[in-house]
Design a protein around this ligand. Structure first.
Ligand code: ADP
Ligand code: MG
Length: 339
Protein backbone atom coordinates (compact mmCIF):
# COMPACT_ATOMS: atom_id res chain seq x y z
CA UNK A 1 0.00 0.00 0.00
CA UNK A 2 1.50 3.34 -0.93
CA UNK A 3 0.43 6.69 0.45
CA UNK A 4 -0.37 9.34 -2.10
CA UNK A 5 -1.34 12.39 -0.07
CA UNK A 6 1.12 15.29 0.08
CA UNK A 7 1.02 18.74 1.59
CA UNK A 8 1.08 21.39 -1.12
CA UNK A 9 4.20 23.56 -1.08
CA UNK A 10 3.49 27.06 0.29
CA UNK A 11 3.86 28.84 -3.03
CA UNK A 12 1.26 26.54 -4.60
CA UNK A 13 -1.13 26.92 -1.66
CA UNK A 14 -0.67 30.70 -1.83
CA UNK A 15 -1.43 30.76 -5.52
CA UNK A 16 -4.65 28.82 -4.97
CA UNK A 17 -5.70 31.07 -2.09
CA UNK A 18 -4.87 34.07 -4.26
CA UNK A 19 -7.63 33.07 -6.64
CA UNK A 20 -10.17 33.79 -3.93
CA UNK A 21 -8.69 36.98 -2.57
CA UNK A 22 -7.51 38.61 -5.79
CA UNK A 23 -9.95 38.68 -8.67
CA UNK A 24 -8.70 41.84 -10.35
CA UNK A 25 -6.54 44.93 -9.74
CA UNK A 26 -9.37 46.43 -7.65
CA UNK A 27 -9.00 43.57 -5.15
CA UNK A 28 -5.36 44.58 -4.62
CA UNK A 29 -6.47 48.18 -4.16
CA UNK A 30 -9.00 47.15 -1.52
CA UNK A 31 -6.56 44.99 0.46
CA UNK A 32 -3.74 47.54 0.41
CA UNK A 33 -6.02 50.45 1.35
CA UNK A 34 -7.51 48.47 4.22
CA UNK A 35 -4.07 47.54 5.50
CA UNK A 36 -3.08 51.20 5.43
CA UNK A 37 -6.21 52.11 7.42
CA UNK A 38 -5.49 49.32 9.91
CA UNK A 39 -1.94 50.67 10.28
CA UNK A 40 -3.43 53.89 11.67
CA UNK A 41 -2.45 56.07 8.70
CA UNK A 42 -3.81 59.62 8.51
CA UNK A 43 -2.61 60.08 4.94
CA UNK A 44 -3.04 57.47 2.21
CA UNK A 45 -2.07 57.74 -1.46
CA UNK A 46 -3.28 55.41 -4.17
CA UNK A 47 -1.34 55.47 -7.43
CA UNK A 48 -2.43 53.35 -10.37
CA UNK A 49 -1.29 52.93 -13.95
CA UNK A 50 -3.33 51.45 -16.77
CA UNK A 51 -6.32 50.72 -14.54
CA UNK A 52 -4.05 48.84 -12.14
CA UNK A 53 -2.82 46.43 -14.78
CA UNK A 54 0.69 47.93 -14.79
CA UNK A 55 0.82 49.31 -11.26
CA UNK A 56 -1.11 49.52 -8.02
CA UNK A 57 0.76 51.43 -5.34
CA UNK A 58 -0.43 52.46 -1.90
CA UNK A 59 1.65 54.74 0.29
CA UNK A 60 0.69 55.34 3.91
CA UNK A 61 2.08 57.19 6.91
CA UNK A 62 0.98 54.49 9.33
CA UNK A 63 2.93 52.54 11.90
CA UNK A 64 5.20 50.66 9.50
CA UNK A 65 6.82 47.28 10.16
CA UNK A 66 9.96 45.95 11.81
CA UNK A 67 12.52 44.03 9.73
CA UNK A 68 11.14 40.71 10.95
CA UNK A 69 7.52 41.66 10.31
CA UNK A 70 8.36 42.97 6.87
CA UNK A 71 9.14 39.39 5.84
CA UNK A 72 6.53 37.66 7.99
CA UNK A 73 3.67 39.72 6.56
CA UNK A 74 3.98 37.74 3.32
CA UNK A 75 3.41 34.38 5.04
CA UNK A 76 -0.03 32.88 4.81
CA UNK A 77 -2.16 33.25 7.97
CA UNK A 78 0.36 35.75 9.29
CA UNK A 79 -1.49 38.58 10.99
CA UNK A 80 -0.96 41.03 13.81
CA UNK A 81 -4.70 41.61 14.09
CA UNK A 82 -6.09 38.54 15.81
CA UNK A 83 -4.55 35.89 18.04
CA UNK A 84 -7.51 33.66 18.94
CA UNK A 85 -10.68 32.58 17.19
CA UNK A 86 -12.60 34.53 19.87
CA UNK A 87 -11.00 37.73 18.64
CA UNK A 88 -13.20 37.45 15.56
CA UNK A 89 -16.06 38.61 17.75
CA UNK A 90 -14.40 41.79 18.88
CA UNK A 91 -12.82 42.92 15.61
CA UNK A 92 -11.90 46.54 15.19
CA UNK A 93 -9.69 46.08 12.12
CA UNK A 94 -10.49 45.58 8.44
CA UNK A 95 -8.14 42.63 8.08
CA UNK A 96 -7.81 39.49 10.15
CA UNK A 97 -7.26 36.59 7.76
CA UNK A 98 -3.59 37.23 7.15
CA UNK A 99 -4.07 36.13 3.56
CA UNK A 100 -3.97 39.22 1.41
CA UNK A 101 -0.25 39.92 1.19
CA UNK A 102 0.67 36.24 0.82
CA UNK A 103 -1.87 35.99 -1.99
CA UNK A 104 -0.81 39.15 -3.79
CA UNK A 105 2.89 38.25 -3.53
CA UNK A 106 2.14 34.81 -4.99
CA UNK A 107 0.79 36.21 -8.25
CA UNK A 108 2.55 39.54 -8.77
CA UNK A 109 5.82 41.44 -8.44
CA UNK A 110 5.74 43.33 -5.17
CA UNK A 111 8.08 45.97 -3.84
CA UNK A 112 7.63 47.02 -0.25
CA UNK A 113 9.21 49.87 1.67
CA UNK A 114 8.48 50.30 5.34
CA UNK A 115 9.78 52.09 8.39
CA UNK A 116 8.51 52.33 11.95
CA UNK A 117 8.61 55.71 13.64
CA UNK A 118 11.11 54.58 16.27
CA UNK A 119 13.56 53.07 13.76
CA UNK A 120 16.14 55.18 12.05
CA UNK A 121 16.27 53.01 8.96
CA UNK A 122 13.64 51.05 7.15
CA UNK A 123 13.39 47.91 5.06
CA UNK A 124 12.97 47.70 1.34
CA UNK A 125 12.26 44.34 -0.24
CA UNK A 126 11.12 42.71 -3.43
CA UNK A 127 9.09 39.52 -3.63
CA UNK A 128 7.91 37.89 -6.87
CA UNK A 129 5.73 34.82 -7.11
CA UNK A 130 6.26 34.14 -3.36
CA UNK A 131 10.07 34.29 -3.76
CA UNK A 132 12.07 36.91 -1.91
CA UNK A 133 14.35 38.57 -4.49
CA UNK A 134 16.10 41.34 -2.55
CA UNK A 135 16.04 42.86 0.90
CA UNK A 136 17.90 46.04 1.86
CA UNK A 137 18.18 48.51 4.66
CA UNK A 138 17.12 51.94 3.40
CA UNK A 139 16.49 55.55 4.38
CA UNK A 140 12.71 55.82 4.20
CA UNK A 141 9.86 58.03 5.37
CA UNK A 142 7.75 56.70 8.25
CA UNK A 143 5.02 54.34 7.05
CA UNK A 144 4.67 51.78 4.32
CA UNK A 145 4.55 51.67 0.55
CA UNK A 146 3.48 48.65 -1.50
CA UNK A 147 3.94 48.60 -5.28
CA UNK A 148 2.24 45.76 -7.08
CA UNK A 149 3.22 45.16 -10.70
CA UNK A 150 2.62 42.45 -13.28
CA UNK A 151 -0.47 41.13 -11.57
CA UNK A 152 -1.23 37.51 -12.60
CA UNK A 153 2.16 37.27 -14.36
CA UNK A 154 2.18 33.53 -13.58
CA UNK A 155 -1.52 32.90 -14.24
CA UNK A 156 -1.98 33.89 -17.90
CA UNK A 157 -5.59 32.69 -17.92
CA UNK A 158 -6.43 35.21 -15.20
CA UNK A 159 -4.51 37.97 -16.87
CA UNK A 160 -6.36 37.43 -20.13
CA UNK A 161 -9.64 37.41 -18.28
CA UNK A 162 -9.20 41.03 -17.15
CA UNK A 163 -11.70 43.44 -18.65
CA UNK A 164 -11.04 46.70 -20.51
CA UNK A 165 -9.23 49.51 -18.70
CA UNK A 166 -12.55 51.34 -18.39
CA UNK A 167 -14.16 48.44 -16.55
CA UNK A 168 -11.17 47.71 -14.31
CA UNK A 169 -10.83 51.39 -13.52
CA UNK A 170 -14.48 51.54 -12.51
CA UNK A 171 -13.92 48.68 -10.06
CA UNK A 172 -10.91 50.47 -8.58
CA UNK A 173 -12.90 53.69 -8.20
CA UNK A 174 -15.61 51.75 -6.38
CA UNK A 175 -13.12 50.32 -3.88
CA UNK A 176 -11.39 53.67 -3.40
CA UNK A 177 -14.68 55.46 -2.79
CA UNK A 178 -15.89 52.85 -0.32
CA UNK A 179 -12.78 53.11 1.83
CA UNK A 180 -12.67 56.91 1.51
CA UNK A 181 -16.34 57.23 2.49
CA UNK A 182 -15.83 54.97 5.51
CA UNK A 183 -12.88 57.02 6.78
CA UNK A 184 -13.59 60.73 6.41
CA UNK A 185 -10.90 61.46 9.01
CA UNK A 186 -8.14 60.19 6.70
CA UNK A 187 -6.61 62.27 3.90
CA UNK A 188 -6.81 60.26 0.66
CA UNK A 189 -5.36 61.07 -2.73
CA UNK A 190 -5.66 59.04 -5.90
CA UNK A 191 -3.63 59.31 -9.10
CA UNK A 192 -4.28 57.51 -12.37
CA UNK A 193 -1.60 57.55 -15.09
CA UNK A 194 0.04 60.54 -13.47
CA UNK A 195 -3.00 62.76 -13.00
CA UNK A 196 -4.71 63.48 -9.72
CA UNK A 197 -8.24 62.04 -9.66
CA UNK A 198 -9.11 62.78 -6.03
CA UNK A 199 -7.66 64.82 -3.23
CA UNK A 200 -9.86 64.38 -0.17
CA UNK A 201 -8.82 66.36 2.90
CA UNK A 202 -9.53 65.12 6.40
CA UNK A 203 -13.15 66.08 7.13
CA UNK A 204 -16.53 64.73 8.26
CA UNK A 205 -18.92 62.32 6.54
CA UNK A 206 -20.99 65.02 4.85
CA UNK A 207 -18.01 66.89 3.48
CA UNK A 208 -16.39 63.66 2.31
CA UNK A 209 -19.52 62.68 0.37
CA UNK A 210 -19.64 66.12 -1.23
CA UNK A 211 -15.92 66.01 -2.07
CA UNK A 212 -16.34 62.68 -3.83
CA UNK A 213 -19.66 63.23 -5.58
CA UNK A 214 -19.55 66.99 -6.36
CA UNK A 215 -20.83 70.05 -4.56
CA UNK A 216 -24.34 69.58 -5.91
CA UNK A 217 -24.79 66.58 -3.64
CA UNK A 218 -24.94 68.76 -0.54
CA UNK A 219 -28.47 70.12 -1.05
CA UNK A 220 -29.78 66.63 -1.80
CA UNK A 221 -28.85 65.13 1.55
CA UNK A 222 -31.15 64.60 4.50
CA UNK A 223 -29.32 63.61 7.70
CA UNK A 224 -30.21 60.43 9.59
CA UNK A 225 -29.49 59.98 13.27
CA UNK A 226 -30.63 57.25 15.62
CA UNK A 227 -29.18 55.58 18.64
CA UNK A 228 -30.44 52.43 20.33
CA UNK A 229 -28.83 49.68 22.32
CA UNK A 230 -28.31 47.42 19.33
CA UNK A 231 -27.32 50.00 16.74
CA UNK A 232 -26.20 53.57 16.25
CA UNK A 233 -27.15 55.03 12.89
CA UNK A 234 -25.69 58.10 11.22
CA UNK A 235 -25.67 59.17 7.64
CA UNK A 236 -27.66 60.70 4.83
CA UNK A 237 -30.37 59.80 2.39
CA UNK A 238 -31.31 61.82 -0.67
CA UNK A 239 -34.49 63.83 -0.93
CA UNK A 240 -36.97 61.89 -3.06
CA UNK A 241 -37.01 64.46 -5.86
CA UNK A 242 -33.37 63.60 -6.53
CA UNK A 243 -34.05 59.90 -7.00
CA UNK A 244 -32.48 58.35 -10.07
CA UNK A 245 -33.54 55.77 -12.57
CA UNK A 246 -30.68 53.46 -11.71
CA UNK A 247 -28.99 52.47 -8.49
CA UNK A 248 -26.00 54.68 -8.05
CA UNK A 249 -24.79 56.04 -4.78
CA UNK A 250 -26.06 53.52 -2.27
CA UNK A 251 -23.70 52.68 0.54
CA UNK A 252 -23.93 50.83 3.82
CA UNK A 253 -21.07 50.82 6.29
CA UNK A 254 -21.02 48.68 9.39
CA UNK A 255 -18.36 49.61 11.93
CA UNK A 256 -16.48 51.52 9.19
CA UNK A 257 -16.62 48.65 6.74
CA UNK A 258 -18.50 48.85 3.42
CA UNK A 259 -21.07 46.07 3.15
CA UNK A 260 -23.77 44.97 0.75
CA UNK A 261 -27.18 44.09 2.06
CA UNK A 262 -30.29 43.54 -0.01
CA UNK A 263 -32.26 43.29 3.20
CA UNK A 264 -31.23 46.68 4.57
CA UNK A 265 -31.69 48.20 1.11
CA UNK A 266 -35.27 47.01 1.33
CA UNK A 267 -35.66 48.74 4.71
CA UNK A 268 -34.64 52.04 3.11
CA UNK A 269 -36.95 51.56 0.16
CA UNK A 270 -39.77 50.82 2.58
CA UNK A 271 -39.09 54.13 4.33
CA UNK A 272 -39.57 55.95 1.02
CA UNK A 273 -42.91 54.28 0.44
CA UNK A 274 -45.25 56.60 -1.47
CA UNK A 275 -42.47 59.13 -2.07
CA UNK A 276 -40.81 57.64 -5.13
CA UNK A 277 -42.04 56.94 -8.60
CA UNK A 278 -41.95 53.25 -9.53
CA UNK A 279 -38.39 52.07 -9.99
CA UNK A 280 -36.77 55.32 -8.85
CA UNK A 281 -33.70 54.90 -6.65
CA UNK A 282 -32.62 57.20 -3.83
CA UNK A 283 -28.98 57.75 -2.90
CA UNK A 284 -27.97 56.83 0.62
CA UNK A 285 -24.89 56.76 2.80
CA UNK A 286 -25.69 54.85 5.98
CA UNK A 287 -23.18 54.33 8.75
CA UNK A 288 -24.21 51.67 11.26
CA UNK A 289 -22.38 51.06 14.48
CA UNK A 290 -23.09 47.78 16.22
CA UNK A 291 -21.35 45.90 19.03
CA UNK A 292 -18.70 43.74 17.27
CA UNK A 293 -19.96 40.63 19.05
CA UNK A 294 -23.35 40.93 17.32
CA UNK A 295 -22.01 40.50 13.79
CA UNK A 296 -20.15 37.82 11.87
CA UNK A 297 -17.86 39.21 9.19
CA UNK A 298 -16.25 35.91 8.45
CA UNK A 299 -18.91 34.53 6.12
CA UNK A 300 -17.35 35.83 2.90
CA UNK A 301 -13.66 35.99 1.84
CA UNK A 302 -13.92 39.52 0.50
CA UNK A 303 -15.95 40.48 3.54
CA UNK A 304 -18.61 42.55 1.78
CA UNK A 305 -21.40 40.51 3.30
CA UNK A 306 -21.88 40.10 7.01
CA UNK A 307 -24.36 38.40 9.27
CA UNK A 308 -26.24 40.32 11.94
CA UNK A 309 -27.57 38.67 15.11
CA UNK A 310 -30.82 40.58 15.01
CA UNK A 311 -31.48 41.52 11.42
CA UNK A 312 -35.18 42.13 11.94
CA UNK A 313 -34.69 44.69 14.69
CA UNK A 314 -32.05 46.44 12.59
CA UNK A 315 -34.45 46.58 9.67
CA UNK A 316 -37.18 48.14 11.78
CA UNK A 317 -34.90 50.71 13.40
CA UNK A 318 -33.35 51.75 10.09
CA UNK A 319 -36.68 52.05 8.35
CA UNK A 320 -38.16 54.16 11.09
CA UNK A 321 -35.07 56.41 11.32
CA UNK A 322 -35.10 57.11 7.58
CA UNK A 323 -38.85 57.62 7.55
CA UNK A 324 -38.63 60.02 10.46
CA UNK A 325 -35.93 62.11 8.78
CA UNK A 326 -37.75 62.27 5.47
CA UNK A 327 -40.87 63.39 7.34
CA UNK A 328 -38.99 66.01 9.35
CA UNK A 329 -37.58 67.56 6.24
CA UNK A 330 -41.10 67.94 4.97
CA UNK A 331 -40.59 65.85 1.98
CA UNK A 332 -43.71 65.83 -0.16
CA UNK A 333 -44.47 63.08 -2.67
CA UNK A 334 -42.92 63.77 -6.04
CA UNK A 335 -44.02 61.95 -9.11
CA UNK A 336 -41.91 63.44 -11.83
CA UNK A 337 -38.72 61.51 -12.66
CA UNK A 338 -36.79 64.29 -14.31
CA UNK A 339 -37.05 67.08 -11.83
P1 ADP B 1 -4.39 40.95 7.59
O1 ADP B 1 -4.66 42.35 7.15
O2 ADP B 1 -5.61 40.09 7.50
O3 ADP B 1 -3.69 40.84 8.90
P2 ADP B 1 -2.49 40.95 5.40
O4 ADP B 1 -1.89 39.86 4.60
O5 ADP B 1 -3.26 41.98 4.67
O6 ADP B 1 -3.39 40.28 6.51
O7 ADP B 1 -1.32 41.66 6.21
C1 ADP B 1 -0.50 40.90 7.08
C2 ADP B 1 0.10 41.75 8.18
O8 ADP B 1 1.05 42.65 7.62
C3 ADP B 1 -0.89 42.64 8.91
O9 ADP B 1 -1.54 41.93 9.97
C4 ADP B 1 0.01 43.77 9.42
O10 ADP B 1 0.63 43.41 10.63
C5 ADP B 1 1.09 43.86 8.35
N1 ADP B 1 0.82 44.97 7.40
C6 ADP B 1 0.24 44.86 6.19
N2 ADP B 1 0.14 46.07 5.59
C7 ADP B 1 0.66 46.98 6.44
C8 ADP B 1 0.84 48.40 6.40
N3 ADP B 1 0.45 49.14 5.34
N4 ADP B 1 1.43 48.99 7.48
C9 ADP B 1 1.83 48.26 8.55
N5 ADP B 1 1.68 46.91 8.65
C10 ADP B 1 1.10 46.26 7.61
MG1 MG C 1 -5.11 42.94 5.24
Amino acid sequence: MSSIIQLLPDHVANQIAAGEVVQRPASVVKELLENAVDAGATDIKLIIKDAGKSLVQVIDNGKGMSVTDSRLCFERHATSKIRLAEDLFSLSTKGFRGEALASIAAIAHVEMKTRQDQDELGTQLVIEGSKFITQDVAVLPKGTSFSVKNLFFNIPARRNFLKSDTVEHRHILDEFQRVALAHANIHFTMYHNGSEMFNLPQSNFRQRIVNIFSGKTNEKLVPIQESTEIVGIQGFVSKPEFAKKNRGEQFFFVNDRFIKSGYLHHAIMAAYEGLLKDGAQPSYFIYLNVPPNTIDINIHPTKTEIKFDDEHALYAILRSAVKHSLGQFNVAPVLDFDR
